[in-house]
Write a protein that binds this ligand. Structure first.
Ligand SMILES: [Zn+2]
Length: 376
């Protein structure tokens, strides 16, 4: 079966845009803004590999290692975590489409005309969708910095283990000209936002050697040593002046549902990078009481800390439920909860249909992703 599917977009509900609130003085009295930080633990549920962004020459004899900081701890960069959470917010929060600004991955298909105007990337910093208000927007010289900052996730000492070195699978993606994959059933608009299925931990797609393509002998795969299951990391999400819908959406994007997991890092189509995000500690700072001498009981300079069950019952559930009730895109959640279902179905094999041939045959015309289940 194809290793990814799309979270559909409800075209009847365009992104709700408004002016971002970035200071508590700008908000009407009685309306609360949320500032503070959420500490999050991250657990690898499958092997995980974070590619080093620096260009390093490939040594065919030595497996590349997952990214480390100067102290030698393994890390998942905050920018990767932010990108992952933003993609969830964009889908579940019915936001604008930042990834479909024009050509798709350098191909000649113009997706702009496949996205209704009201869903195209926000362009005005005073009129932003939920994702752009929360995570920021940069478009055509207009900029809004966003209100969420995510630190690098750092491995806990003694809690990162190495998996065996592997040669990654050579997967050739269908090109966007296979319109049926990328467009909805009426071939009018794009299918939605792309997410990869989880694989069972033992079902990685690998080769048994490095593979070279063509006359120029271009390397088609990589030799890597991922981190093993149960490797654990810690990160902190800082947020400032979030409106209730932004706060609820951020919390939902982090916690998802019990039977869902996130996917991050290198090799998603091969079964790498399934992770669980677990909030462990929440600090809320109430700026309206921060500078007064009498805070609420249990608060200190306007700061309130929550942990464990109390964190869930006193804060998280309330704001997540309010978001689900009022703002969640149900269509996208139905799809994402199926694609990111955990544990995965161990009877499904994932691969691109016959790797490279199927897409160029007559049989492939008009086929949709579910049809790839039966491609030999
Ligand atoms: Zn936007």
């Amino acid at each position: 079966m194809n290793p990814y599917d799309f979270a559909r977009i409800d075209w009847s509900k365009p992104p709700e845009r408004r002016k971002p609130v970035w200071h508590h003085h700008l908000v009407e009295p009685g309306k609360r803004l949320f500032s503070g930080s959420l500490e999050v633990d991250i657990y690898a549920e499958t092997p995980l590999f974070v590619a080093n962004s620096g260009v390093t020459p490939i040594d065919p004899k030595r497996p590349a290692q997952s990214m480390q900081n100067k102290q030698g701890d393994y890390i998942i960069p905050g920018s990767s975590l932010k990108g992952m959470l933003r993609s969830v917010v964009e889908a579940l929060g019915n936001s604008c489409l930042t990834l479909y600004d024009g050509d798709y991955e350098g191909h000649r298909v113009h997706y702009e005309e496949r996205v209704p105007k009201s869903f195209q990337h926000c362009r005005d910093a005073t009129n932003l969708c939920l994702a752009c208000r929360t995570f920021g927007m940069l478009k055509g010289g207009d900029i809004f910095l966003g209100k969420v900052n995510i630190g690098d996730a750092v491995s806990y000492p003694g809690k990162a283990w190495k998996y065996d070195p592997i040669y990654t699978a050579v997967l050739v993606e269908p090109k966007p000209r296979h319109e049926a994959f990328y467009l909805d059933e009426k071939l009018q608009y794009i299918s939605g936002r792309k997410f990869y299925f989880h694989h069972s931990p033992g079902q990685l797609l690998t080769e048994n050697r490095l593979i070279y393509f063509g006359k120029n002998q271009i390397l088609a795969n990589r030799y890597i040593q991922p981190l093993d299951i149960e490797s654990s990391f810690h990160s902190r999400v800082d947020f400032t002046n979030l409106e209730p819908d932004e706060f609820g959406m951020l919390l939902l994007a982090i916690t998802l549902e019990d039977e869902m997991r996130h996917k991050i890092g290198y090799g998603k189509p091969m079964g790498l990078g399934s992770v669980e995000l677990r909030p462990i500690n929440l600090t809320l700072v109430d700026y309206s009481t921060r500078y007064k001498s009498h805070g609420q009981p249990g608060t200190k300079g306007g700061k309130t800390e929550y942990q464990g069950a109390a964190m869930w019952t006193e804060v998280l559930y309330e704001h997540i439920d309010a978001f689900i009730e009022r703002d969640l895109s149900r269509l996208a959640m139905d799809d994402l909860s199926r694609i990111w279902r955990w544990p995965p179905d161990p009877t499904v094999d994932y691969y691109y249909p016959s790797k490279r041939d199927w897409f160029d045959t007559e049989d492939s015309i008009g086929k949709r992703i579910a049809d790839t289940k039966n491609v030999p």
